[in-house]
Write a protein that binds this ligand. Structure first.
Ligand code: ADP
Length: 581
């Protein structure tokens, strides 16, 4: 994966470099052509300027020759005056020499008197013949006397009858002409009809001969030369020393006025430099653009990768969360189920507790009901005997006792019924004292049988609190039964019951038993220290009581009293209805 990306990137880079190189090469070529065109135009203008200057200068000397040919002093030779005039003119115009010559070849006057051999050579030349024919003669060559290059102008001198009597020859110093533009750019040279470089602003190639196409020295080996064509431009690649271009643009212009051809070699190095610069700039810009593009693409890839990572992370996290959510929901459902099961178990326990309490009580109650029943039958029998004997007052006492006992039995039965009732009674105002009395009443038989002294003084008036009458009664019966159980083996058996009024209403049940073994466990279901199988060893009494007291907003606590024995307290919400009313 990484390798493939690397190869792709490498290929992309290569393609970009190749493309940039191709574009740069194109720009180089095009730029070079453009620069060559410009160079050629400028070079041609320079060449024309150089040619004009040369022809202009030559023209000046022609005018001089024509003018001097008519000078009157030349008509009186031998006096020395003519020589003086010519010398004066020669000095002013920096020519090599001015001669006045006869058609017979005799020198009549001269600025500088020439050697006879040199004169003979001049007289043999074309330009002298041209003057003899009455025209203006023009020529060039190495001056035979001085050995320097010279232009020659021969102006005819006419007699009065119109015939040519002689000629005035002006020898122009070519070196003096060259001196002014030596070293100028571009390299310019003038080649005569014979193919010889006669004038040039580069002395290296003076008097070189045209060879094939280029130039070569008249003697000795020819230095390196190569000719190349480029889009209509002729290029000379030479090795002609430091002052001539290595590669020159070759330009030509014909100069028939002086019988020569003007040529120039314009150095193309600046054109190359310019084109190279342009190509370099284009290449740089291209590379920069490519680099920016590359960077952008890379960045996009990195961003996309980061995005993908982020998305996968988010997806993973989401999956995790939804998994956790499902687990949580399952747990909640399980808890709800457990809670429902617990509630059901509690309800079942309450019912079981009731039934067990009922069982416990039935023994006591049958005993309790049996006693008054026996008493009633006794009183009834006695009452019948008393009525027979006419002791109606005593019989009336018996009947009242019977009524009392029946009332008591009725109360017991009512309690029993209420105790067995399954439906929830409402939480309302109850008289706590009455409930305590009723509970004591229900356990009276048991307490009496065990020989337990009951310490209970009811308050003067009713104590109101919020609760369920039947449930509170059950709770108290349970507490009293537990106390009785606890005191079974004790020598002192005393049950203390109190009702206290304060912020809330508190019922206290204290015994003289051995105290609670593990106070923190007594409200746990099925915690019991009593023998298994005994009628009251289920360990449910207190846990059911706890639930009941809580159901009407109270609290039940058990602890060991300081003076010994166990003390249970039931705290109830006080009744505030009367104050409100
Ligand atoms: P059970 O009476 O069936 O054992 P309870 O829930 O009523 O169930 O009581 C739980 C336990 O609390 C008892 O077994 C006993 O150890 C302890 N207990 C309850 N009341 C007293 C008391 N008055 N004195 C000492 N221990 C007590």
């Amino acid at each position: 994966m990484m390798k493939a990306t690397g190869i792709r990137r490498g290929l992309g880079l290569l393609a970009v470099v190749v493309a940039v190189a191709a574009i740069a090469a194109g720009v180089l070529r095009y730029g070079y052509m453009q620069a060559l065109d410009g160079l050629s135009q400028r070079g041609e203008a320079d060449l024309a300027l150089a040619s004009d200057r040369l022809t202009g200068q030559v023209q000046r000397y022609r005018d001089l020759a024509v003018l001097m040919a008519t000078h009157p002093a030349l008509d009186a030779p031998g006096t020395g005056e003519a020589d003086a005039v010519l010398l004066h003119a020669a000095d002013r115009t920096s020519v090599l020499n001015i001669l006045s010559v006869d058609m017979s070849g005799e020198v009549r006057a001269a600025a500088h008197s020439p050697q006879p051999a040199a004169v003979a050579e001049l007289l043999a030349s074309d330009f002298f013949h041209r003057a003899g024919e009455g025209a203006l003669g023009f020529g060039h060559g190495i001056d035979p006397g001085l050995g320097t290059r010279a232009f020659y102008i021969a102006a005819p001198r006419f007699r009065e009858d119109g015939g040519v009597q002689g000629a005035l020859i002006v020898a122009v110093d070519v070196e003096a002409l060259e001196r002014e533009w030596r070293g100028d750019r571009p390299a310019v040279f003038f080649v005569d009809d014979a193919g010889e470089v006669f004038i040039s602003n580069r002395s290296e190639i003076l008097l070189w001969q045209r060879a094939d196409v280029g130039l070569a020295p008249a003697v000795g080996p020819a230095p390196g030369f190569r000719r190349a064509m480029m889009e209509g431009h002729e290029l000379w690649v030479t090795d002609w020393g430091p002052y001539l271009p290595k590669t020159g643009l070759h330009l030509v212009q014909d100069l028939p006025q002086i019988g020569m051809r003007a040529e120039a070699l314009v150095d193309v190095a600046p054109a190359r430099r310019l084109a190279g610069l342009q190509a370099a700039v284009v290449a740089l810009v291209g590379l920069a653009v490519a680099a920016i593009l590359f960077w952008l693409v890379e960045r996009r890839q990195v961003l996309a990768q980061a995005n993908a990572t982020l998305e996968s992370r988010v997806a993973a996290r989401t999956a995790e969360l939804s998994g956790a959510n499902i687990a949580l929901r399952r747990e909640v459902a399980e808890r709800q189920e457990a809670e429902a099961a617990l509630k059901k178990a509690q309800a079942d326990l309450v019912q079981a507790g009731k039934m067990s309490a009922l069982g416990q009580m039935s023994a006591g109650i049958s005993h309790e009901l049996n006693q008054p029943l026996m008493a009633i039958s006794q009183f009834a029998e006695n009452g019948a005997v008393l009525l027979e004997r006419g002791k109606t007052e005593a019989a009336e006492g018996n009947l009242r006792r019977i009524a009392e006992l029946a009332g008591r039995m009725g109360r017991i039965i009512r309690n029993l019924r209420a105790f067995a009732r399954q439906e929830n009674e409402p939480v309302r105002r109850i008289d706590v004292v009455a409930v305590v009395e009723s509970a004591l009443e229900m356990t009276e038989a048991r307490l009496a049988k065990d020989g337990i002294a009951v310490d209970w003084t009811p308050p003067a008036q009713a104590v109101w609190a919020m609760g369920g009458e039947v449930r509170l009664g059950q709770v108290l019966v349970n507490l009293i039964s537990n106390a009785a159980d606890a005191m079974a083996g004790q020598t002192e058996k005393r049950l203390v019951v109190r009702v206290e009024e304060g912020a809330g209403t508190v019922i206290r049940v204290r015994d003289t038993g051995p105290g609670i073994e593990a106070p923190e466990k007594i409200f746990d279901p099925f915690y019991s220290t009593k023998e298994v199988g005994a009628s009251e060893g289920m360990g449910l009494g207190l846990s059911i009581s706890y639930g009941m007291v809580q159901s009407f907003g109270g609290a039940i606590r058990g602890r060991n009293a300081i003076e010994g024995g166990a003390e249970f307290s039931v705290e109830l919400e006080p009744w505030r209805g009367e104050q409100a009313a």
